[in-house]
Design a protein around this ligand. Structure first.
Ligand code: PLP
Length: 382
């Protein structure tokens, strides 16, 4: 999956251009930069690509969640309902705002189960935040009506889902805002970086001010003198990342085609085995960064995993995933001892039945065939 597998001379040239011009700051130097603003260009390209009115580039995917929530006024006393199967940044962003993450359950899509959300809604609930895990969109129609019925905001952590769509529309563009991470593990990367997309003009302005110490970003006034709209902090992206992002974005379609091609090859080659797979809210829109099998129970998933490894390609059982499964987040349980139980029985029952293979644009035909053989070995052990 990682975007750095796509690096070539074009990224080197883009970085060299920024360095040769000595123009690494996205703001300032308005009189001497020949009208070249790479981060701004990147933001426009992203907004156009996903079909959002605005995109704001920031320093990381984690920062994108935090900035977006701060700009929405999320703070102490607020609750946000999200999923126990996500990267910990989703809940850390809520905690950093002083609010409380309320963890519901996942269903067999491995995304937040909309039915598990409703019973958790209280008068403190401000938003529901599904996370499009492993590059596949969650069931946005279900959350849309749930949020409308209860007067809640819909936030989208689409940090893993650049390029994914739901019914032809980009993941990240259904809620009040959506985010993308550009860290080294993502389908496109700038080293470290993030993006927020929104159609809400006023919210975009607040995000833009907040992410840069409240600066109003008026190019006709010197940065030091332009005045500030509000307090904020520094979550800026540099021109180096902006330049890299432009090149990487131009490679997104190629990466998606390659990943989808690999996934189709593998899935077709093992179709006769009749294995169940992760349910997709929209299989067409899956960015195909992973293949997840759902086996009958944990014991069979463990047998499958062992046999696959012995056949030369390891696969993960998601209940072991310390990065993405709240049950392993001791730090979160300690931070919210009275509130936040990280045990989610339905989620655990599903995650412990999984066998997941990561896909990469860099996979050779031989590696694809080896993966097929490993899945066959796993299935034979069931
Ligand atoms: C679902 C999710 N949210 C947020 C993040 C945070 O992104 P970053 O690593 O760019 O801070 C990640 C990163 O892996 C993620 O997977």
């Amino acid at each position: 999956m990682p975007g750095f597998d796509l690096f070539d001379q074009r990224e080197i040239d883009a970085l060299a251009d920024v360095i040769n011009r000595k123009m690494v700051h996205r703001y300032s130097f308005n009189d001497s930069r020949d009208g070249i603003y790479r981060v701004e260009e990147f933001e426009r390209a992203v907004a156009e690509r996903v079909g959002a009115r605005h995109a704001l580039a920031v320093s990381s995917g984690s920062a994108s969640l935090y900035v977006a929530m701060k700009a929405c006024g999320i703070g102490p006393g607020d609750e946000i309902i999200t999923t126990p199967f996500t990267f910990i940044a989703s809940v850390e962003a809520i905690l950093e705002c002083g609010a409380v993450p309320v963890l519901a359950e996942v269903d067999e899509s491995l995304n937040l189960d909309p039915e598990s959300v409703e019973p958790l809604i209280t008068e403190r609930t401000k938003a529901v935040m599904p996370v499009h895990m492993f590059g596949a969109a969650a069931d946005m129609e279900a959350y849309g009506s749930l949020c409308a019925d209860h007067g809640l905001s819909l936030f989208e952590d689409s940090c893993q889902a650049m390029g994914a769509t739901y019914r032809g529309k980009a993941a990240g563009t259904f809620g009040l805002w959506g985010t993308y991470s550009l860290d080294p593990y993502k389908i496109i990367t700038v080293g470290e970086g993030g993006l927020i997309v929104t159609d809400d003009e006023e919210l975009y302005r607040r995000m833009e001010y907040y992410h840069d110490h409240g600066h109003i970003h008026d190019k006709s006034i010197d940065r030091g003198a332009e005045g500030k709209f509000c307090l904020g902090f520094n979550f800026r992206m540099s021109e180096l990342q902006g330049a890299l992002g432009l090149v990487q974005l131009s490679k997104l379609d190629g990466a998606l085609a390659r990943l989808k091609g690999i996934k189709r090859t593998v899935v077709d080659a093992v179709a006769d085995l009749g294995l169940s797979r992760r349910v997709h809210a929209d299989a067409e829109g899956d960015s195909a960064t992973q293949i997840v099998f759902l086996l009958p129970d944990e014991a069979s998933a463990r047998r499958f995993q062992k046999a696959s490894k012995e056949a030369g390609v390891g696969c993960g059982n998601l209940s072991d995933n310390t990065w993405h499964y709240a049950r392993h987040w001791r730090t979160l349980a300690e931070a919210l001892p009275d509130h936040c139980t990280v045990e989610r029985p339905r989620t655990h029952a599903i995650l412990s039945r999984t066998a997941v293979y990561g896909l990469s644009v860099a996979m050779t035909e031989e590696q694809v065939e080896k993966t097929v053989r490993a899945i066959r070995a796993g299935a034979a052990a069931l």
